[in-house]
Design a protein around this ligand. Structure first.
Ligand SMILES: [Zn+2]
Length: 274
């Protein structure tokens, strides 16, 4: 991994709105305004709620303990809950800066999802990895509207594959090179308006009709004021011992922790154009 320091030709200060522009590159991406500080927000003194549960195969408790230690090293104040009941607790939800969830294939009731949605819309960041974030509540489309994607398959199970860094300018992925890792290669249904930062390409070895299919691995988005960050890696918590994977996760968590304190980045990143 290269140093994450990189010269930026122009550094925009917070709050300055850059004039709209439409790029004519092959990806036809619109970047209406890439306005942000020049460094990721700090986790120091940020209040982080970690919520875990659901299918035990993803070792959600171990994941939570591992990431909690990393957060504490950054100075975050971490609270842990093993129940989505916490989402209905108004006093806790109004006090936190960031929620990190690791719950696979579980249920969420009306009161719980409404509490979570209200908090995120109001500026609480919401982040997670793998199935603990994007295969959490299959029956709840409001939840999927918020996260921006839903797991549907992992052809071949745990395999070695390459993560390609797509966005070299975003603060989360700036300075990273492509890297190999071994985990489930998630095939997902993804909101085409999220900002994709990294991808992977399927080789067709396990499902030949998807050879060459390109799939997001990392994205960011907003849900009203709340910053959403997702990393599809992480079937095993040990994967976060790989330096690139750990650093990318921590960068994403830092970014997501800033919703309450930083101006909303004014971009939408649609795949499809008029
Ligand atoms: Zn998995």
């Amino acid at each position: 991994m290269h140093s994450i320091k990189l010269f930026l030709p122009v550094i925009f200060s917070i709050g300055i709105i850059v004039a709209s522009c439409t790029s004519k590159d092959p990806g036809k991406r619109i970047l209406r305004a890439a306005v942000d500080a020049d460094e990721l927000p700090s986790l120091k003194d940020k209040k982080v709620l970690m919520v875990y549960g659901g299918w035990p195969g993803h070792k959600p408790k171990e994941f939570t303990e591992k990431i909690s230690e990393l957060l504490k090293k950054e100075g975050a104040i971490v609270t842990v809950s093993d129940s989505v009941d916490v989402y209905a607790d108004k006093s806790i939800m109004s006090s936190v800066d960031l929620i990190i969830q690791s719950i696979t294939m579980d249920k969420i009731n009306k009161e719980q999802i409404e509490g979570l949605v209200k908090a995120v819309k109001g500026g609480v960041g919401f982040a997670g990895t793998h199935g603990g974030f994007c295969d959490a509540f299959r029956e709840n489309t409001t939840y999927q509207y918020m996260t921006g994607g839903q797991f549907v398959a992992h052809p071949g199970g745990q395999i070695k594959y390459t993560v390609n860094i797509l966005d070299k300018n975003d603060l989360i992925t700036r300075g990273f090179d492509d890297f190999d890792t071994k985990t489930e290669q998630y095939y997902m249904h993804v909101d085409p308006n999220v900002k994709v930062l990294a991808t992977t390409t399927f080789d067709g070895k396990h499902d030949d009709w998807i050879e060459g299919a390109i799939m997001p691995v990392i994205w960011k988005k907003y849900f009203a004021k709340g910053r959403i960050f997702y990393l599809a890696l992480g079937h095993n918590p040990e994967e976060f011992d790989q330096p690139e994977v750990q650093k990318l996760l921590m960068n994403g968590l830092k970014w997501a922790s800033g919703s309450k304190y930083l101006p909303k980045e004014d971009w939408l990143n649609p795949v499809y154009q008029d």
